[in-house]
Design a protein around this ligand. Structure first.
Ligand code: HMG
Ligand code: MG
Length: 308
């Protein structure tokens, strides 16, 4: 049940997109960071409940090296067991050709490669230099597109990096352009450690010249994810990454905490009168259910308000 205090919807504003595509990353970005490995059955139910709640893009898992991210070592089993629904996309993360082989074998139709805007994180997350990560991705994108797959590019550490500090926008734009030029249809700008503020978001999006191929991916470490999202929407971005219940983090960036919670995003979009297709009650039920499986409360303020 939605609690009292639900804000009145306002007519959608001319400076905002009328529809927002929510790119749900809970099963991947959320569960990759859990201390323990979540049971396959729980993952399968999680993905199915997210689809039932109306999410139409659900990033399901990663075909990375299982030693690097043991939490998602069951990627093939997950895809084999998933009851997929028409109209729902289930992208997966793929770092290299070995990962692509595994993803193709599992029958995926949408992949995401993930690059770093900084040298240090490229080494820590991918065991590559900034330049050599692109050499790793190039054949992945080429082969994936030849197979008819959609390819998204992620770019991490777009605002700050725990080892290198503030990351200049020009450096991020240069790295992001390489992913787009390689053939990624969308570029998701990641604030991996959640340090950005809205003015920086506006400046970075402006640096790309057009918001058309951009998505945003905010972690909420400093409580700025929702403010940053609104700034991105005002710049014309209409795809926003978030994770149910605010699960998330990155195992190779210790200061990264949870993603923007999908419920918090939905609450704001509802208030602004922007369509998104998600049933907030079903989603909050799902996150409350997941919180009991994980043994701790959801960090999402909206889940706490509705189900706390
Ligand atoms: P590496 O050790 O350099 O790998 O790792 P390699 O290429 O040297 O290969 C070594 C061995 O691993 C070989 O086996 C390969 O076959 C095998 P051997 O010949 O020795 O028997 N191998 C694989 N096996 C299974 N699946 C694979 C695979 N690749 C190689 N895909 C690698 C390089 C990229 C694989 C490694 O660094 C890796 O897996 N990194 C993934 C880290 C990760 O998943 N991080 C979290 C996701 S990113 C994120 O969360 C940020 C994001 O949310 C946005 C944001 O918030 O900013 C997206
Ligand atoms: Mg992330």
């Amino acid at each position: 049940m939605v609690a009292a205090g639900l804000p009145d919807r306002v007519a959608s504003r001319a400076d905002l997109p009328s529809h927002v595509t929510i790119w749900e990353v809970g099963p991947r970005d959320g569960l990759q960071n859990e201390k323990s490995v979540v049971d396959l059955d729980v993952k399968l139910e999680f993905v199915d409940r997210l689809a039932d709640a109306g999410l139409r893009t659900i990033e399901a898992t990663s075909f990375v090296h299982p030693k690097w991210v043991p939490q998602l070592a069951d990627a093939a089993e997950l895809l084999a067991g998933m009851s997929t629904r028409d109209g729902v996309r289930y992208p997966v993360l793929v770092p290299n050709e070995r990962g692509l082989d595994r993803a193709l074998e599992a029958g995926v139709s949408h992949i995401a490669i993930f690059a770093s805007a900084t040298e240090t994180f490229a080494r820590k997350n991918l065991n590559r230099t900034l330049d050599s990560q692109f050499e790793m991705f190039d054949p992945v994108v080429g082969r994936a597109r030849a197979e008819g797959l959609e390819v998204r590019g992620y770019l991490s550490m777009c605002f700050g990096d725990p080892w290198e500090g503030r990351v200049p926008a020009a450096q991020v734009v240069a790295a992001g352009r390489r992913l787009l030029d390689m053939g990624c249809s969308q570029l998701s700008l990641g604030d991996t450690i959640g340090v950005a503020t809205p003015g920086q978001v506006e400046a970075l999006i402006a640096g790309f010249g057009s918001p058309d191929q951009l998505a945003v991916h905010f972690h909420d470490t400093y409580g700025q994810a929702l403010a940053n999202t609104l700034a991105a929407l005002q710049c014309g971005v209409s795809t926003v990454d978030s994770s149910a219940g605010g699960l998330g983090g990155c195992p190779y960036a210790e200061s990264a905490t949870g993603n923007l919670a999908t419920e918090d995003l939905v609450w704001m979009l509802d208030g602004l009168g922007l369509s998104h297709g998600v049933d907030l009650n079903k989603l909050a039920d799902t996150s409350a259910w997941m919180a009991t499986r994980l043994g701790r409360p959801s960090p999402s303020r909206v889940v706490q308000a509705l189900r706390g």
